[in-house]
Ligand binder design. Structure first.
Ligand SMILES: Nc1nc2c(ncn2[C@@H]2O[C@H](COP(=O)(O)OP(=O)(O)OP(=O)(O)O)[C@@H](O)[C@H]2O)c(=O)[nH]1
Length: 421
């Protein structure tokens, strides 16, 4: 009677129901982790990260481990459901998943050992795994699983093995030993790196669990439960942590790299003393203005700046230039482009501004210059002469020339004022 066999086979239906629920929750969690790891892998590929292929084989190994646990659950559900006719389906799925997991670990080991592994070689590894997995599904006494027959003992379901079972298990053991020894060597070389330590921990637990379950299948029961499910869980947690650590490390490196790049770009387009854009940058922006662009150019020249240098020294003059630049930056809008043209001269491109708007801006600028503070000396009373010219249907250089002429007119009219060209 199948029913009696099942009840006799399971050590208390209640306890096993709990175990089943825990396994179902575990498979949910590991499936989520595996999916997240795949997302990480895709992100690494998109960033052309050199570790992307490592992450890919890791992810596949973890998906297979999840499939293994899911198959194990299927076997138990069949038993609890008394559906003994279908019990071999999840059983075979489990075994296939373990073999595919081994194949991906092998691929991972190869990739870690030499970085560049040919696609053909990787295909051969996964292909061999797929062929062996396929053999589980064929009923033949010469193959790994002899037939649809199985035994139920007090620890679980065991298929009847065919002639290929013994060499198959020896080959699996050899593959596991090769992978683990190779990985442990790599971990030793990468000493001190938390990443690989965690990976190794996951592998070691996975390996020991696999060994334990193999002995169990052969009738030598060391622990009264299957170790592989637990091994898979530990392996996946370790692998997930590895991926997160690896990815955060990659992101940190990238952020640092981007920061350096921005600083370099800044150096190219900015004036070192004032922090405003430099002349070359403004020229390049003006060269690329659309033909119908409005606005105009302000040419600003500080009044009697030579006297400041002469009386207080060059350093003081430099600080004054910086303070003036800050005032300009604070006064103009985001879409305007302010640059230090050279010496004590500044040019500002005022986007979409006519003469009236320019007058308002210049008024604000001259007021800000008057109230500049340096070394806690309030109201330095800095003056500047400004020329403005609106952009017309002409080369911007002609507009700048008009602004320059207006500036000289402002100087001639008594300084600290605006003149329009
Ligand atoms: N501190 C400092 N001074 C500079 C710098 N570049 C140019 N200068 C000085 O700025 C002064 C510019 O003076 P001018 O604009 O020709 O004359 P000014 O004294 O401002 O007189 P007006 O423009 O006629 O009102 C010169 O003395 C330059 O040596 C700089 O980077 N730092």
């Amino acid at each position: 009677m199948p029913n009696e066999i099942v009840v006799a086979g399971l050590t208390g239906a209640g306890v096993d129901t709990w175990a089943l629920w825990i396994k179902i929750m575990a498979v949910g969690a590991t499936a989520t982790l595996s999916t997240l790891m795949l997302v990480f892998t895709v992100a690494l590929y998109r960033h052309r990260d050199h570790e992307a292929s490592v992450a890919l084989h890791f992810s596949v190994a973890n998906l297979c481990a999840t499939a293994y646990v899911a198959g194990d659950i299927g076997v138990r559900v069949c038993l609890l459901d008394n559906d003994l006719r279908h019990v071999m389906i999840p059983y075979r799925l489990s075994l296939s998943a373990v073999v595919m997991s081994l194949a991906s670990l092998f691929a991972l080991h190869r990739v870690l050992a030499s970085r560049v592994v040919s696609t053909r070689r990787l295909a051969a590894i996964y292909g061999t795994g797929a062929v062996i997995s396929g053999l589980f599904w064929v009923d033949h006494p010469a193959l790994i699983i002899a037939s649809e027959r199985y035994r139920i003992t007090n620890v679980g379901v065991f298929a009847d093995y065919g002639a290929l079972a013994a060499p198959f298990y020896v080959a699996c053991l050899a593959a596991l030993v090769t992978v683990s020894v190779g990985m442990l060597r790599q971990a030793f070389r990468a000493r001190g790196r938390l990443l690989w330590r965690m990976t190794m921990f996951g592998f070691a637990v996975f390996f020991l669990a696999g060994l334990h379950d193999m002995f169990r299948e052969l009738g030598l029961e060391l622990l009264p439960f299957s170790g592989l499910t637990m091994g898979c869980a530990v392996f996946q947690i370790g692998a997930f942590a590895t991926m997160v650590l690896h990815y955060s490390h990659t992101l940190r490196e990238r952020a640092h790299h981007d920061h350096q790049l921005r600083r370099l770009e800044d150096r190219v387009v900015r004036d070192a003393l004032s922090g405003l854009f430099n002349r070359a940058y403004l020229e390049q922006r003006l060269d690329h203005l659309p033909p119908a662009a409005g606005g105009g150019l302000l040419f600003i020249d500080l009044d009697h700046f030579k006297g400041v240098n002469d009386r207080f020294g060059h350093d003081h003059g430099d600080r004054l230039i910086r303070a003036v630049a800050d005032a300009i930056r604070r006064t103009v809008r985001e879409q305007d482009i302010a640059c230090r043209w050279g010496g004590d001269e500044f040019v500002v491109y005022l986007a979409d501004a006519d003469e009236a708007a320019a007058r308002v801006v210049v008024e604000r600028l001259l007021r800000a210059f008057r109230h500049l503070q340096l070394d806690s000396t309030p109201n330095l009373d800095v003056g500047a002469s400004v020329g403005f010219a609106a952009l017309r249907d002409e080369d911007w250089r002609a507009t700048l020339q008009r602004a320059d002429q207006a500036l000289y007119q402002a100087k001639a009219e008594g300084r600290n004022r605006l003149a329009v060209g």
